[in-house]
Design a protein around this ligand. Structure first.
Ligand SMILES: [Ca+2]
Length: 438
């Protein structure tokens, strides 16, 4: 009798575990580098042809108010940990940070990172490299390609180098497809984080795409990225993974479009235009104005995330960790401040509102339609606008997406409330008595 009961209990546990596993979606994150808000057809670009990403947007939800961070390393640490870079430390992300890959692995996922890492100070510091931060498999470059070359690691081992920047989008896509077809265990859900080096300068496209786009060399790179992303999506279809896979496409920061940088940049084919478009947004990469932070984001999960939907809810890369917690079945770390919020209901169409506020690194805060910037707002050097006056700035993003009309003088109380909110967010762990126990 006792034996029968034990067998029954074990069967029930097994069913529960199996049932839960069947519900766990695969997660595919396609992360581009320095791609502008308005580089894709579905975000209003009329020169670059992006049929595959436009189709992805039709099949899923396209977000128009999605925030990454303003530069590479900080953006990646925020994405991986759900924590603003003031806490997750960007390029210097410490080993003690907990990534969603670590948490997903504990809940039964197999995990892979392919492409640009950029949170171990661009160095092979083993305890801060992908294998130590939750990824079973890694192939890619630890840093950026500013010099026109990259060297690769496969897991913790050196794996060659190249100066052919036009080969990288295909190379990473091939590695991602090989992971899905050959390395992956079909019996377990997967996380695949594919972080492209393009469209970060020094840019180039392969011969097949070079010289083809009306958008110049930059357009060639965008179009090659679109084509290669299509090839990866076709692989999901081929392997019958489409319906069980949540696909996220976004960029790490806005376009590197400032003359202070681009006029000096060497290494590109002569005469090429190599920066992306921010559409109606002000400034670009490195700036706390919208073009620095606001990037394209498309999410597809057939029959779960509504298709043909455009959402202007405030949503951010930091929200993925808590959202994955709900979708994939793990606990959000409780020993530290997590800045992201669970956006499952927004994704699934059960809710149309998103974040109440969003913090701009050492620069300001948005709450609802209001965006406030302190007088001494932080900009990376190339992004400093020559004529910007050092004064408080307040914008109504609902009516002024280009941040042209400073309303700080008109609404002093709003300025003071937002300044206080910014201080609360910055205090973070210091206000949390349970912080830093780990
Ligand atoms: Ca970047």
């Amino acid at each position: 009798m006792m034996t029968q009961r034990i067998v029954f209990c074990l069967t029930l546990m097994l069913l529960t575990v199996t049932g839960a596993a069947a519900e766990q979606p695969n997660i595919l994150i396609i992360f581009t580098d320095d791609q502008g808000y308005a580089d894709l057809g579905c975000y209003g670009n009329e020169k670059n042809q992006t049929p595959r990403l436009d189709q992805l947007a039709k099949e899923g939800t396209r977000f128009t108010c999605f925030y990454a961070q303003t530069v590479c390393g900080p953006s990646r640490s925020a994405l991986l940990t759900g924590r603003y870079p003031i806490r997750s430390k960007g390029w210097g992300m410490p080993a003690s940070e907990i990534t969603f890959a670590e948490l997903m692995r504990e809940s039964g996922y197999q995990t892979a990172c392919i492409g640009k890492w950029d949170v171990s100070n661009r160095k092979p510091i083993v305890d801060r490299m992908p294998n130590a931060q939750g990824f079973d498999y890694y192939f890619g470059t630890l840093g950026a390609n500013d010099s026109g070359g990259v060297s690769f690691h496969e897991n913790n081992e050196e794996a060659g180098s190249t100066r052919d920047m036009g080969s990288l989008t295909t190379l990473y896509t091939d590695k991602a497809i090989a992971y899905l077809k050959e390395r992956r265990d079909p019996e377990r859900p997967f996380l695949l984080y594919l972080a492209h080096t393009m469209m970060h300068t020094v840019i180039d496209a392969s011969e097949r795409f070079r010289g083809k786009s009306a958008g110049g060399l930059y357009g060639d790179v965008v179009e090659e990225f679109d084509f290669e992303t299509g090839r990866l999506l076709d692989t999901l279809d081929e392997l019958d993974l489409n319906r069980d896979t949540l696909v996220i496409y976004t960029s790490d920061n806005g376009p590197w479009n400032q003359p202070k940088y681009t006029e000096k940049k060497k290494g590109h084919p002569e005469g090429s235009i190599f920066w992306g478009e921010a559409g109606p947004l002000r400034n670009g990469k490195g700036s706390c104005y919208e073009a620095g932070y606001r990037v394209p984001c498309i999410v597809r999960w057939p029959d779960r995330v509504p298709g043909n939907r455009v959402s202007d809810a405030i949503f951010a890369t930091i929200d993925f960790l808590p959202t994955f917690a709900t979708l994939c079945g793990f606990e959000v770390p409780k020993d530290r401040r997590i800045d992201g919020i669970d956006q499952r209901d927004l994704l699934l169409g059960n809710r149309e509102t998103g974040r109440k506020n969003f913090y701009f690194h050492e620069a300001g805060v948005r709450q609802g339609k209001w965006k406030y910037l302190i007088s001494d707002a932080f900009f990376h050097g190339y992004a400093v606008e020559r004529d910007r006056k050092k004064v408080d700035e307040l914008y109504d993003l609902q009516t002024d997406i280009g941040e042209q009309a400073n309303l700080a003088g008109k609404y002093p109380e709003k300025v003071s409330n937002l300044r206080a909110l910014m201080q609360v967010i910055e205090a973070g762990d210091k206000l949390d008595p349970t912080a830093n126990r780990r």
